[in-house]
Design a protein around this ligand. Sequence first.
Ligand code: ATP
Length: 237
Amino acid sequence: MTAMLNVRDLRAYYGQVQALHGLSFALNEGSLTTLLGANGAGKTTTLRAICNMVRSTGAIEFEGKPLSGKSTENVVRLGIAHVPQGRGTFTTMTVEENLQLGAITRTDKKNIVADIERMYEHFPVLKERHTQQAGTLSGGEQQMLAVARALMLRPRLMLLDEPSFGLAPLIVRDLFKILGKINREDKVTILVVEQNAQLALELADQAYVIETGKIVMSGNAKEIASNEDVRKSYLGY
Ligand code: ATP
């Protein structure tokens, strides 16, 4: 099977600082993959490099097409949605306006209303609050809105940066359940960066571990979860 996303020998730089040191990995279509690693390992930078938001070298191919030289906007147009850490909803707009804005680059306008309804099925709390300003939602609700807004692009691949950040454990579980459903039912391939390794490994089918800008381990999530080094370093037992 050819991979949907193929990343080879990725190096990324912030000025003189090199953050990624020849990172390679692949995502199969339909997979739900987690990228685990400690603070500063380079997880966020990996997602930023895929979206061309940081200077990088190496090869990134999406559905057989190279992404190098493409603007962030064009990467989005190819079907890759990025949900950065910190959510980034439009705080003075309502929930529904945020969802409509998520679809702004789409050409198939006629399905937008149905897709907003689909988001309300996934996230009923957003339906209850559809006229509320995004900035007044709770942290968990804002994270749900950020995911829903990204899905309004109808992406083929969604990149999520620490969706659990700052959320209560029960809310994280709910959110992860919905991500699993979106992956299975809506056929969105998902790459999720997480510090909450335990939950991420329960959710994902594939996992990569990143240390100082390099992949040091890869495999199916169950294998990785039972690896002794991973248990000690990331799961705490
Ligand atoms: P965290 O889990 O803490 O978010 P991370 O694995 O996502 O960490 P990155 O944010 O990708 O790690 O950072 C990788 C490295 O790049 C770190 O050493 C960090 O200090 C450095 N770095 C990140 N952003 C910048 C920046 N804007 N300028 C300089 N160095 C940066």
